[in-house]
Design a binder for this molecule. Structure first.
Ligand code: TXA
Ligand code: MG
Length: 348
């Protein structure tokens, strides 16, 4: 049985205490953060953490992020050098997750046997109060493995009801893409995942960052493209096509019938669409906010396919493009021929 917990101003403390008790007793709770919903359990309890992997159908070799709400809590789970610690005092709480050396107190199941651990200090009042009450909390994104991350409570309930002990209903989250992950065990620090905290801000507040070209979201299999066979992530069930060149995208959406293709685009590009389109927003923060939400709308739509435009890759745009490239079935890069989309459509 899953308890759905609606948070209101009047019951907030009691509701969060109740969820904290569930976690302390070894249960699982879906809770909001400022990025996406998480599926949490007591980070020191291996049986409780095993429930996370089962509920999400997550492979055991994919480690969890540990959520903290104070520097004292950090000291229980990981090692951090003094210089970085001082800087983080001014940066946390925020959607910047650090990869650090793990302390032995954290069970192996959390880090999938690695000697490192991802630490996140989220900037969300409900999350912080829950962690204060029952933390540190191990929590991956709440979605079932390979599905888009969950950014609203309705989706959380429809995807996880019956699989966890409680779900906190707190509406839509603030950012809509996951936290940025910075590997602080390497020098210079390395970006492991683009996210809601921008690389530009990390460089201004912490120092230089090595950004691997893979941060853009192209994978080996995208490069040597084998449609349908490549491993996807954050993915809608419908086939989504990305057209990176703006002129090609506009031409494509003006010629394709919207009963086959759901168009996902900016406010500005919506006027080029042959029929209706799903507007992601007018600036890149709106696009991030709506992206995973709209992937789910695509899945529930009558159209067979989705087509999405590219966005500039500065600021949070780096994370947006990383998620789009990982989620889509096929990428038409700048200077590539659009006919490869038609080929797929004609074959199916
Ligand atoms: O915004 C977020 O970070 C959300 C909310 C719930 O906090 N959490 C989240 O967790 O996105 P998850 O598990 O979906 O993504 C964490 C990523 C995974 O790709 C995992 O492989 C990687 O972090 N990761 C975790 N621990 C790691 C480690 N020790 N070494 C390398 N990668 C690690
Ligand atoms: Mg995830």
């Amino acid at each position: 049985m899953t308890e759905i917990i609606h948070i209101t101003r009047n019951n907030e403390k009691d509701s969060i205490d109740k969820c904290g008790e569930i976690i302390k007793r070894g249960g699982t709770v879906v809770f909001p953060t400022e990025t996406v919903y998480g599926l949490g359990a007591d980070a020191f309890n291996p049986e409780a953490c095993a429930k996370i992997f089962r509920a999400k159908n997550r492979p055991a070799d994919n480690p969890l992020i540990v959520h903290i709400s104070s520097m004292e809590m950090l000291d229980k789970v990981a090692y951090i050098d003094n210089d970085l610690r001082e800087k983080m005092k001014n940066i946390w709480p925020s959607p910047l997750t650090l990869l650090l050396k793990k302390k032995n107190a954290v069970p192996d199941i959390v880090s999938a046997g690695l000697d490192t651990i991802c630490i996140r200090f989220p900037d969300d009042q409900i999350a912080l109060k829950l962690i204060e009450c029952a933390g540190p909390i191990a929590a991956p994104s709440a979605n079932i493995s390979t599905r888009p991350s969950i950014v609203d409570s309705e989706t959380a309930i429809s995807e996880l009801d019956g699989k966890v002990d409680a779900i906190i209903d707190a509406g839509r989250v603030k950012y809509g893409v996951e936290s940025t992950i910075l590997d602080c065990t390497a020098k210079p620090y390395r970006l492991l995942r683009a996210g809601a905290f921008t690389v530009e801000d990390i460089e201004a507040m912490i120092g230089p960052v090595y950004v691997d070209p893979l941060a853009k979201g192209y994978s080996q299999s995208n490069v040597a493209l084998t449609p349908g066979l490549k491993y996807r992530h954050y993915a809608p069930s419908k086939k989504l096509f990305l057209i990176e060149n703006e002129d090609q995208f506009r031409n494509f959406i003006s010629s394709k019938d919207s009963k086959d293709f759901l168009v996902l685009c900016s406010t500005e590009n919506a006027k080029y669409a042959y029929g209706e389109s799903l507007v992601l927003g007018k600036n890149i923060y709106d696009v991030a906010y709506n992206l995973f939400y709209d992937f789910r709308i695509l899945d529930n739509s009558s159209q067979k396919y989705g087509v999405i435009q590219g966005f500039p890759e500065n600021g949070i745009g780096l994370a947006v493009m990383n998620r789009i490239r990982k989620a889509c079935f096929m990428i038409v890069k700048e200077k590539e021929n659009i006919d490869k989309i038609n080929k797929v459509i004609n074959e199916t």
